[in-house]
Design a protein around this ligand. Sequence first.
Ligand SMILES: [Zn+2]
Ligand SMILES: [Zn+2]
Length: 431
Amino acid sequence: MDPFLLLLPLLSTFIPSLAFQIPTHNQSSSLKQQILDLAYDPITLNWMKRVRREIHEFPELAYEEFNTSALIRRELDHLGVTYRWPVARTGVVAQIGSGSPPFVALRADMDALPIQELVDWEHKSKIDGKMHACAHDAHVAMLLGAAKILQQLRERLKATVLVIFQPAEESGTGAKHMIQEGVLDNVEAIFGLHLVIEYPLGVVASRPGDFLAGCGGFKAKITGKGGNAGFPQYSIDSVLAASTSVISLQNIVSREADPLDSQVVSVARVEAGSAHNLIPESTTFAGTFRALSKKSFYAIRKRIEEVIVGQAAVHRCSAKVKFDGNELPTIPPTTNDERIYEIVRQVSSEIVGEENTRLAPKFTGSEDFAFFLEKVPGTLLLVGMRNDKSGTMYSPHNPYFVVDEDVFPIGAAIHAAFAFSYNSHSTTSHF
Ligand SMILES: [Zn+2]
Ligand SMILES: [Zn+2]
């Protein structure tokens, strides 16, 4: 899948470059200070780096994350954190805290991409044709960092934190699979993050409500009656029915959608016939659709089916339209809950500073974290790591993609702080 296709050139104009300053440490015993101290502790930071590099050297694709999963369990064992495994084949769900409500979830994804790494460095991928080019290795390391912080401060934790390590984000199926296995049962709120290069190191961004686009595929088969193309009256022409369907599909966005509500329908593949003088029995075609709001996403999906079935009928054909399945995963729009967004914004501003906590524009990329957000209120946060010095200038899914590991304390601290903060936000607004 293309879960994180980002509008890089457009976005970079929004972002003034800001030098990041590590929050000042003093001997305050506040919870925030304790979280920061633990996150920036060189022992924790070096451990997160080691974990991430080990995962990076041995990338595993969707649902093959067996070694990654074993590594996570090994580290959780060292931390003395209990967990449930396997969930959705390779997933791990750790539990920290009182064991009683409220239950709050933190999530990281574990899978790599079928990309040959072209970055030459000490911990380059040792598996040909596979690479952690979407920072999921770093997401795991930061979430383990958060687990360590939470475990150390568990006496002060009044909630139960579920620490979710999810398989198969890139195939768009892992989150859904985990939900089917009950990981969100009793969960009140969920938080996830993604490293991005659109924002400099030390800057984070998100937005309330509609955030990332939903992304879906469809495949249609139109069936008529084959025959000699010289005698069309004896055939029922599926090619003509498919052709008018493709044209009519373009009218959905241009004639039915609000021009200010971005949507896409593209037909990218058409297959029919084997000879120039034979009308084929059937014609198949396939395409993709995207929309930023849930309402538009499901409306467009419904209209795609109606238009194809209707156009087929006009031409005396029948049509079958398929949307789901491994080949055509449908990822809904990522819609942040406004209340949880506000908590995340506040927590982030306490970790990185108000001036480094931004309102992100909407993106037409997509993330399977959206499945979690369909079930429970939550927020996805973009965590910036662009840094010319460390070479973090390539976007995810690029063979030159590099992670700046100095971002790890920020990710770990925000994860941990969110868990504490949600607990107190049941009633108050500061953690
Ligand atoms: Zn990705
Ligand atoms: Zn990703």
